[in-house]
Design a protein around this ligand. Structure first.
Ligand code: MG
Length: 330
């Protein structure tokens, strides 16, 4: 009944179930003793089946000690995956609602989001003032924080959630976070903070500032969430996802990409305020980008979802030998 691997068995079709969106195949990873026979595996599978049929929860398992000693398995259902959701556009952004409601098909969603617009705050953390956390009226497990996306993730994971999330998802940002945008983005920073805390994390953006198809990004977020919960992510890696603003069926695919480079056209506007004081406002035309193959920009140009793995280590390793050859004197 079960296909045996080095330290687990996978029970095909064992935890299949239908949710609102699609047929989902879940496989259970079960810790077992290498000495178990096929008969023992089958007995264990039967034991799990009763649990599964009782309440349709997706996974059951046994701990090694109880299972291997006398076959009186301590099977029980695991809690649904805990998914922490944040954004940088504020807790009332429709794009946050779209993401959170989509992810409810995957796990137990808890939202901790800024109480106001926090776009382009980058990886800012509030160290010099207290932070207030307020439940959002009428929404269970939704909380607004008078801080940044990084504050939200840090407070939730280190203190408020009660258990460690299985996944951190930040978005859906209305507007692309491509190339150098990631260094400014509060959306990416929310996921980056999750990565720093050792939790699988991704940021997701729709490339249109006024998205027409948030459900496209939401639907891909559920697919990616399931994929990550099943396969994990490489260490010290956070995913930056950008989604074309088109109907889901019109997407051309998914591309794993590298960061491209922006060509910003920022202009500083200088004016006088009503009392004669000078003020400055960063403005300018929409940024363009440098055309290069394999980049996140190229994926979007070809109507593909871009998935860029960002690494925690920002060191330019290729520059180390050259800099070492030209020692910097004290
Ligand atoms: Mg934003």
């Amino acid at each position: 009944m079960g296909q045996r691997h080095a330290n687990r068995i996978i029970l095909p079709n064992f935890f299949d179930y239908d949710d609102e969106h699609e047929h989902v195949e879940m496989s259970a990873r079960l810790a077992i003793r290498e000495s178990w026979s096929s008969a023992q595996l089958d007995a264990f599978a039967q034991s799990c089946a009763r649990v599964r049929l009782k309440d349709r929860r997706p996974v059951c398992y046994t701990d090694d000690a109880a299972g291997a000693s006398d076959m009186s398995f301590s099977t029980h259902t695991m809690a649904k995956p805990l998914i922490l959701v944040t954004n940088d556009d504020g807790i009332r952004a429709p794009s946050l609602e779209a993401l959170a409601s989509a992810l409810e098909a995957v796990g137990e969603v808890h939202v901790y989001a800024p109480d106001r617009q926090q776009s382009a705050v980058g990886h800012c953390v509030s160290l010099h003032r207290p932070l207030r956390v307020t439940p959002l009226g009428g929404r269970e497990q939704w909380f607004m924080v008078d801080g940044t996306p990084t504050d939200c993730v840090m407070l939730a994971v280190r203190n408020l959630l009660g258990r460690r999330p299985d996944l951190v998802v930040s978005g859906i940002n209305p507007g692309a976070n491509l190339g150098d945008d990631v260094t400014y983005s509060g959306t990416v920073a929310g996921a980056y903070e999750g990565m720093l805390l050792g939790i699988a994390s991704f940021a997701i953006s729709s490339v249109n500032y006024v998205p027409n198809y948030l459900e496209t990004a939401g639907r891909f977020a559920t697919k990616l969430a399931r994929h990550i919960l099943e396969h994990g992510l490489p260490p010290d890696t956070v995913l930056n996802v950008n989604v074309p603003d088109v109907p889901y069926d019109e997407l051309s695919g998914v591309a794993i990409t590298r960061m491209g480079r922006r060509d910003y056209k920022d202009e500083i506007v200088r004016r006088l305020d009503p009392r004669g004081g000078m003020y400055y406002w960063i403005g300018g035309a929409e940024p363009s980008h440098i055309v290069e193959s394999g980049t996140d920009f190229e994926a979007i140009e070809h109507n593909r979802i871009s998935v860029t793995p960002l690494h925690r280590d920002l060191t330019n390793h290729a520059a180390l030998p050259r800099l070492a050859e030209q020692p910097i004197a004290l």
